[in-house]
Design a protein around this ligand. Sequence first.
Ligand code: FE2
Length: 136
Amino acid sequence: MDAERLIQMLNQDLRMEHSLVLRYMTLANGLDPSTQKELISEFQMLSRESISHSGMVAEMIHQLGGTPTTELTQYEHNTDLKRVLEASIQIEITARDNYRTACNEVEGHMHKALSMLANEEQTHIDILKNALNRLS
Ligand SMILES: [Fe+2]
């Protein structure tokens, strides 16, 4: 894969991370703290980690000679929490798989960083699946 294609791919991941920062923060702020304390702190943590991921990905794009995007991926809005969690799991699976694919294309510290990102997305998937199980 050439650098241009890798930059395109990472910018796609960056759009996704930007959207996840806002998505999880908005979700955390929309829940009732008296009944959803655990889920609120999970969403807050997921939002913080998505900020950290977007910073790492932007830095990689910069190192590859590209321009990190400020765009967002648009996702369908849903007020049903179960649906929101299911959709979030799918987004995180896409993010994990994208990082794994990009990871296989590079070596050295970027390989390590992308592998770590893929592992953290797996943790996000597990957190969201647990939250979904608690709902049902
Ligand atoms: Fe994530």
